[in-house]
Design a protein around this ligand. Structure first.
Ligand SMILES: [Zn+2]
Length: 355
């Protein structure tokens, strides 16, 4: 994943006030800005970050007035439904939305993890990146409770040179075969993401979700003639990574009950990213110096788990705190709207009179 770092907004704002004394002032409360004229209210909000600078949440959010907080549901209300979590790289879903994916699987969904790149740029060597990240994708899927993991193996960071129509067709085939109802992916409506693969995947998922459904019409008729059926994708959870983009948020998912699933899926990413074996390495480094960090526990597995939970999940803890939740993830959520045909039928049912 990798992203550029930005000067913290609160520090930049304090500097604008002038001098070292201004630096000692506390940063403005979330949702407020002392630099805006009185009649102007913010339309985008700087997202507060943890002290560890993991940068796993967006820099800015635009919150919708119909924001929904999705909480745990008792039992298995999603039994019989299928979700596909689609990512460019083996750590995209795990870092940005693994909590919500694990939550829906915990509530009854059958889940599938689909990776589109071969992650060749992210390893000790190109070859190592391909092999290790393939393993990681499988292990992350297990940690999330997914039934199966797929990879399309497009070359890493070269996917905007691939034919969109081919990526889309491969997704449509899987969506129909697996009878997917819900998708997770990078937000295709974000303004910009420096990683070129992310926006390619988001756009492919958005169009494939529609075209695989009856609303898309007779797309790829040979698939249908061969026995595949249209699928009904009624829900889309789009997560954001764009540092400066249009990160619209209309759904906050309470992931508190599934934070350990999210941690374990990130520990599974050993080929790249900020998680993997970093806890073990830190523990071993300290041991060579005759020291230890109680947080990391007494073995490598414990060190990896607690390193990720403490240092990397902090941004999601801070995000959740704003909504009274222990941990949260945010989404642009697109649900199923009643169709025009259904609305007309409802009107007819209520208004038709005898001739
Ligand atoms: Zn990525």
């Amino acid at each position: 994943m990798r992203r550029r770092k930005f000067l913290g907004r609160s520090v930049a704002g304090s500097l604008a006030l002038g001098g070292a004394a201004a630096l000692q002032q506390p940063p403005p409360a979330y949702g407020q800005s002392p630099n805006l004229p009185p009649a102007v209210t913010p339309t985008a909000y700087a997202v507060p970050k943890g002290e560890y600078n993991a940068s796993l949440t967006s820099d800015y959010h635009t919150y919708a007035s119909d924001l929904v907080i999705e909480r745990d549901q008792p039992g298995k209300p999603h039994q019989g439904k299928v979700l596909a979590a689609i990512q460019a790289h083996s750590d995209d879903i795990t870092l940005f939305c693994a909590g919500a994916v694990a939550k829906l699987i915990g509530e009854g969904y059958t889940g599938y993890l689909i990776r589109l790149s071969n992650d060749e740029k992210a390893g000790k060597t190109v070859g190592h990146g391909v092999v290790q990240n393939e393993i990681d994708n499988q292990e992350a899927a297990k940690a999330l409770g997914c039934k199966k993991a797929f990879s399309f193996y497009y070359r890493n960071h070269r996917m905007d040179d691939c034919a969109m129509i081919e990526i889309r067709q491969r997704l449509i085939f899987l969506f129909r075969l697996l009878q997917v109802n819900t998708v997770f992916a990078m937000d295709p409506y974000d303004h910009y993401d420096e990683n070129p693969d992310h926006i390619v995947v988001g756009k492919a998922v958005e169009s494939a979700s529609w075209m695989a459904s009856p609303g898309g019409g007779h797309e790829y008729p040979e698939q249908l003639k061969a026995g595949l059926k249209h699928c009904q994708i009624r829900e889309r959870y789009y997560h954001s990574r764009a540092p400066q983009g249009h990160n619209l948020v209309n759904r906050v998912v309470d992931i508190s009950s599934y934070i350990d699933h999210k941690v374990r899926s990130n520990v599974a990413n050993k080929g790249k990213g900020p998680a993997g074996d970093n806890g073990m390495r830190l523990r071993q480094e300290l041991a060579r110096q005759g020291k230890k960090l109680p947080l990391l526990g007494n073995d490598d597995d414990s060190a990896n788990f607690h390193y990720v939970k403490h240092f990397l999940m902090d941004d999601f803890r801070i995000l959740g705190k704003q909504f009274g939740l222990e941990y949260a993830e945010t989404f642009r959520y697109i649900g199923q709207e009643p169709s025009l045909r259904q609305a007309v039928r409802k009107y007819v049912d209520g208004h038709a009179v005898p001739l």
